[in-house]
Design a protein around this ligand. Structure first.
Ligand SMILES: Cc1cc2nc3c(=O)[nH]c(=O)nc-3n(C[C@H](O)[C@H](O)[C@H](O)COP(=O)(O)OP(=O)(O)OC[C@H]3O[C@@H](n4cnc5c(N)ncnc54)[C@H](O)[C@@H]3O)c2cc1C
Length: 441
C-alpha cells in the first residue's frame, strides 16, 4: 500500500527538523512525513560534536560583506529568539565571549575599517584593544606570562548568545512540533531508521521507496524536500537535475587544547577558503573544553562515520568534466594545501599549532590532542562545466521539490531557510499560512 502525504522531508538534521517545525506551526490541515536513515535525530553534521557550535551572525566572519551579514543576522536572531523560549534553553544555547582577532598592523587596519562599517547594523558590536582582550581572553593577550610581542585588536562581544548545540536544537524542533501538529490539525509522522533508496517523479509529485525495518515502504508526496546534505545532490542527480554539479566532500576535524579560551575566537578569513579560517571555541557539550579547527580533509565518500558511501560519491562526480582540473586548481592554492596538511600523521599537529599560536601564542604541540570522532563533512559543490567552486548556500528548486545541500551559514540560518522553503512549498501547493512566517523569512 502506498502512504500518501502532502510534504515529505528527507533528513532529520537541523535543516529538515526546522522545516518540519515551521510547517506544523504556520500551516494547517496538512500531512507531513520526516524520515532519516539514522536511529537518532540530528546524528549527521548537526550533531554537536560534528560542527563548531557557533551561531553565526556574519559580523565576525570576515568572509561575509555587510549586506550579506545583515541577512545572516536576521536569521541568527530568529534562531536565538526561538532558543530563548525553550524550556531547556541552558542546554541548547550558551552565552560566552565571541570575537574576531586581528594580529599585526595590516589585519588591525582591515578589521577597524570593518568595525566602522558594521557597527551601524550591529549596534552592540564592541572594539577591543589589547587590555580589553587581556580581560576577556587572557591566554590570547600573553606569551610566556608577558604581553605578546605582536600588536592585536579584536571586534566582537564580551558576552553573547553565540554557541548552540544544534543536535539538541533539532530535537527541540521535533518536540515542539508534537503539540503544534495537534493544535493545527497537522498529521505529522517521523520515521527513523528509514532510508530513502529511490525516487520517481510523476505528474502529481514524487513516489519514494523507503527501506524501513528491512521492508520497502512506498510513499507518495505532493512536494519533496531533500534536507540530506550530500545526498540531496545525489538524489537530484538521480532525477536528472543539477547535472552541472559535482560533489566535493570536505571533512573538517578538530584538536582539543589544554590551553583554554573562555569563548569563541575567530581569525581573519584567508582568501579562497570555502569555510571559516581556524578558530578556537569553548565546546558547550564538553565542559567548555577548548576545541580548535576545522582542518580540511577531502574524503571520497558522502558522509563521515557511515560505512560505505564510496560508490555514491563516485556517482556524484564527473571525471569527464572540468572537475579534476578544478580540484587540481584548488590544490594549487597554498592555503587549501596547508589546511589539507593539518590532518597528516606526525606533521599535521606541528603545522596546525602554528595556526593556533596566532590565537594563543603559548600553544605548543603538547597542548593539542586530536579530537577523535569529532568533525563533520561539508558537501561543497563544484560547477564542473564552469570549473568553479560554489561558495555560500547551495539549493536546487523545481516546481514540486527543493534540494537543500548546504545552507549559507550552515546550521545558524536553519530557521530562516525553513521559512523561505515554507513560502515556496505553500505557493506550490496553493496552501495558506500564518502571516507571522513571512516576517521570519
Ligand atoms: C567541521 C564543520 C564545522 C561546522 N561549524 C558550524 C558552525 O559553527 N555553525 C554553523 O551554523 N554551522 C556549522 N557547520 C555546518 C552545519 O553543521 C551544517 O550546515 C548543518 O548541520 C547541516 O544540517 P542539515 O540538516 O542540512 O544536514 P545534516 O545534519 O547532515 O542532516 C542530514 C540528514 O540526512 C540524513 N540522510 C542522508 N541521506 C539519507 C537518506 N537516503 N535517507 C534518509 N535520511 C538520509 C542523514 O542521516 C542526516 O541525519 C559546520 C560544518 C562542519 C562540517
Amino acid at each position: 500500500m502506498v502512504k500518501k502525504v502532502d510534504i515529505a522531508i528527507v533528513g532529520a538534521g537541523v535543516g529538515g527538523t526546522a522545516l518540519y517545525y515551521a510547517l506544523s506551526k504556520y500551516v494547517q490541515n496538512i500531512s507531513l512525513l520526516l524520515i532519516d536513515k539514522r536511529s537518532e535525530i540530528a546524528n549527521g553534521n548537526s550533531r554537536a560534536s560534528n560542527n563548531s557550535q557557533t551561531l553565526h551572525a556574519g559580523e565576525i566572519e570576515t568572509n561575509y560583506g555587510y549586506e550579506h551579514a545583515l541577512k545572516l543576522r536576521a536569521g541568527s536572531l530568529a534562531l536565538r529568539q526561538y532558543c530563548m523560549g525553550l524550556p531547556n534553553r541552558e542546554q541548547v544555547i550558551s552565552s560566552m565571549p565571541k570575537m574576531v582577532l586581528a594580529v599585526g598592523d595590516k589585519e588591525i587596519d582591515q578589521l577597524e575599517q570593518r568595525y566602522q562599517k558594521f557597527r551601524e547594523g550591529f549596534p552592540r558590536l564592541q572594539w577591543f584593544e589589547w587590555k580589553d582582550i587581556r580581560e576577556i581572553e587572557p591566554q590570547v593577550a600573553h606569551k610566556n606570562g608577558n604581553r605578546r610581542p605582536d600588536n592585536i585588536a579584536a571586534m566582537g562581544y564580551s558576552e553573547s548568545y553565540s554557541a548552540v548545540d544544534y543536535g539538541l536544537l533539532a530535537k527541540s524542533f521535533v518536540q515542539q512540533s508534537q503539540e503544534l501538529c495537534a493544535k493545527n490539525s497537522v498529521k505529522g509522522d517521523i520515521w527513523l531508521d528509514a532510508k530513502l533508496i529511490d525516487v520517481q517523479k510523476n505528474s502529481e509529485g514524487y513516489t519514494l521507496s523507503i527501506m524501513k525495518n528491512d521492508v520497502t515502504e512506498k510513499v507518495h508526496c505532493k512536494f519533496l524536500v531533500m534536507a540530506s546534505g550530500a545526498y540531496s545532490l545525489h538524489t537530484a542527480h538521480k532525477l536528472g537535475l543539477a547535472t552541472e554539479y559535482s560533489l566535493l566532500s570536505a571533512g573538517g576535524n578538530f584538536y582539543f587544547s589544554s590551553l583554554a579560551l573562555r569563548g569563541k575566537v575567530y581569525t581573519i578569513q584567508e582568501d579562497g577558503l570555502p569555510f571559516a579560517a581556524v578558530h578556537g571555541d569553548a565546546d558547550i557539550t564538553q565542559g567548555r573544553r577548548t576545541r580548535f579547527g576545522p582542518t580540511l580533509l577531502p574524503i571520497p565518500k558522502m558522509e563521515r562515520y557511515v560505512k560505505g558511501g564510496y560508490r555514491d560519491y563516485w556517482d556524484s562526480i564527473q571525471l569527464k568534466s572540468k572537475f579534476p582540473l578544478t580540484l587540481l586548481a584548488l590544490l594549487k592554492n597554498p592555503i587549501i594545501r596547508r589546511y589539507a596538511c593539518y590532518d597528516m600523521p606526525l606533521i599535521g599537529k606541528q603545522l596546525f599549532v602554528k595556526q593556533v599560536q596566532k590565537i594563543i601564542p603559548d600553544a605548543r604541540p603538547k597542548h593539542l590532542v586530536f579530537a577523535k570522532g569529532f568533525g563533520g563533512s561539508r558537501p561543497l559543490l563544484i560547477n564542473h562545466d564552469e570549473g568553479k567552486l560554489i561558495f555560500g548556500e547551495t539549493k536546487i528548486k523545481t516546481p514540486l521539490a527543493v534540494f537543500n545541500i548546504a545552507p549559507a551559514t550552515g546550521a545558524s540560518t536553519c530557521l530562516s531557510v525553513a521559512m523561505n522553503d515554507l513560502q515556496y512549498i505553500t505557493q506550490a501547493l496553493d496552501l495558506s499560512y500564518d502571516d507571522e512566517a513571512i516576517q521570519l523569512a
